[in-house]
Design a protein around this ligand. Structure first.
Ligand SMILES: C[S@@+](CC[C@H](N)C(=O)[O-])C[C@H]1O[C@@H](n2cnc3c(N)ncnc32)[C@H](O)[C@@H]1O
Length: 217
């Protein structure tokens, strides 16, 4: 078994008390999203905010992979934060809060992660949130964004349909009536305009997706 599979097993094992459906959902989520690869780009120590953490699988992975990280996961979904909180057990380097960004205290972070969240948020709100990150990041801090990007491909059509089912039919994800995807070029342009130096990395995922690594200019 390779090291990443060990962490996958360890992270998923934290969720003993959730329903079978949620366990299956999380197993699929972990299998589709390259969480272990994303984690390698993050600093090994300091405060990390996982914005839109959902059940907290990536936040948990970050906290398990380095005890020198202090991880805070936030999400507006009460049920997800409840499940995430149960997964903490007695660990000290992680917490989950049901809150909006604006209501967080003003302590700064070494890194902020946003993994498949922004497409659920209207474009003007995305701009506000990304601007707010500037005030929450330490000097030299990293903003990490992972997003499915829009394209004319069949894979994008399938990924959008899957999201539509998750949000509208299964109601597993909080979201509005619409998705707010952007192309890779549009993300890079926006992030540059908002004052970030941005590197984009194409991910080897079924849905066309990119990792954006942003630092303040
Ligand atoms: C597809 S899930 C991704 C969850 C997690 N980041 C992951 O990678 O497994 C999207 C998450 O974004 C959250 N979300 C929706 N609207 C949000 C908002 N306005 N602010 C923060 N999070 C939001 C949802 O509640 C959901 O947990």
């Amino acid at each position: 078994m390779n090291a990443n599979n060990t962490f996958k097993k360890e992270a998923l094992a934290l969720y003993k008390d959730i329903s079978l459906m949620d366990k299956i959902h999380m197993w699929i989520r972990y299998s589709l999203c390259p969480f272990d690869y994303l984690e390698t780009y993050l600093p090994k120590e300091g405060r990390v905010l996982d914005f839109g953490c959902g059940h907290g699988i990536f936040a948990n992975l970050m906290s398990l992979k380095s005890l020198r990280r202090e991880v805070v996961g936030i999400d507006p979904s009460e049920t997800k934060i409840e499940a995430a909180t149960k997964s903490i057990n007695s660990r000290q380097n992680i917490k989950f809060i049901k809150t909006e960004f604006e209501q967080l205290d003003k302590d700064k972070f070494t890194a902020i992660t946003m993994i498949d969240v922004l497409y659920l948020i209207p474009h003007n709100e995305q701009d506000k949130i990304l601007n707010m990150c500037r005030t929450y990041l330490n000097k030299g801090g990293l903003l990490m964004i992972k997003e499915t990007v829009s394209s004319n491909s069949l894979r994008f059509a399938i990924a959008s349909l899957e999201e539509w089912i998750m949000v509208k039919i299964l109601r597993k994800t909080l979201g509005e009536d619409h998705f707010y995807y952007r192309t890779e070029e549009e993300w890079v342009k926006l992030l540059n305009e908002l004052g970030y130096q941005c590197k984009s990395i194409k991910l080897k995922t079924f849905a066309p997706s990119y990792l954006f690594l942003c630092s303040l200019k």
